[in-house]
Design a protein around this ligand. Sequence first.
Ligand SMILES: CC(C)(COP(=O)(O)OP(=O)(O)OC[C@H]1O[C@@H](n2cnc3c(N)ncnc32)[C@H](O)[C@@H]1OP(=O)(O)O)[C@@H](O)C(=O)NCCC(=O)NCCS
Length: 295
Amino acid sequence: MGTPFIAHLEPTALEWERGLPPDEQPNAASIPRTFLDAMTVRTQVFVQEQQVPQSNEFDADDQRCAHWVIYASVNKTVAPAVTDPATGEVLRPRQSETQSVPIGTVRLVPFPHPPHPVKGGVYVDNELVGSSSSDSAEDNNNNNNNNKTTTEPPAAEPTTTQQRTFTPDRPTTFHDGVEPYVKLGRLAVVKEFRGRGIAGQLVRTATEWMRTHGTYFDPSPAARGFEHLGMEQTAGALPPRWNGLLCCHAQESAVRAWEKCGFRVDEGMGRWLEEGIPHVGMFLRVDVEPQARAL
Ligand SMILES: CC(C)(COP(=O)(O)OP(=O)(O)OC[C@H]1O[C@@H](n2cnc3c(N)ncnc32)[C@H](O)[C@@H]1OP(=O)(O)O)[C@@H](O)C(=O)NCCC(=O)NCCS
């Protein structure tokens, strides 16, 4: 494998048909190559390997996310060797060329977010559809001030991101329920390239970009209006500002990979199922680049 390189895509309007894989998208010509490649990796890893329905893989957040895709240079056969069937002599050698193939991806979701998942909740396509009994029991046994609201279902997930509002959330171990945070997610590396630090490169690249673009997602009510941003205008109210907090909903089997990048498990968030896969919440705080703050 040659030296990998990483492509970055800022939030972009995407005409995506949810039920179709990337190579069957009817509007592929208008979809940025980086996003098609991100979806190629996500389809291989989440849909084909982890059995998540194709229609649940793309979601309304993808259009407002920043995306990163990492590529490897791979030598591929474009024409097999031709041999003489009688003598076995090679008439034409194998022809190969070096191609860049997408091998990993991650996305960064800006605030506002839906409420933190319910402990023991069962989520399908971002919707709470039930609860798993063992984790709900854990909730009841640990019913302290921090999680007293966790058995109440959150407001229904809006179907479009435009409907998201800045609403106070339940406090957890690392989140006071109010501070704006960005969320890394859809971290995936194709099987043959795992265990070589690829996920670490992606997470660190996304984190560093956010750290050095700290105001990128800060809303500007002066420019866009409080109502449009889903904020209530009250006297003295300050618009939300990102102050270095990142979150992820980690598959339990991937906790180690996130820990290697500095994320810590948020015990107060508990455990829940997304698409049948056990998840926990994790947080990381970084120092926002002062220059980014001054802009
Ligand atoms: C999780 C995943 C992205 C990690 O990718 P990767 O490129 O292999 O990760 P890295 O090589 O950067 O590994 C970072 C660390 O995590 C560990 N790790 C990675 N995946 C692991 C796993 N499934 N189980 C246990 N440890 C794992 C690595 O051993 C490494 O630790 P080490 O340096 O101490 O050995 C990849 O396994 C994957 O795509 N899995 C399927 C999809 C998935 O679970 N995505 C995460 C959603 S939250």
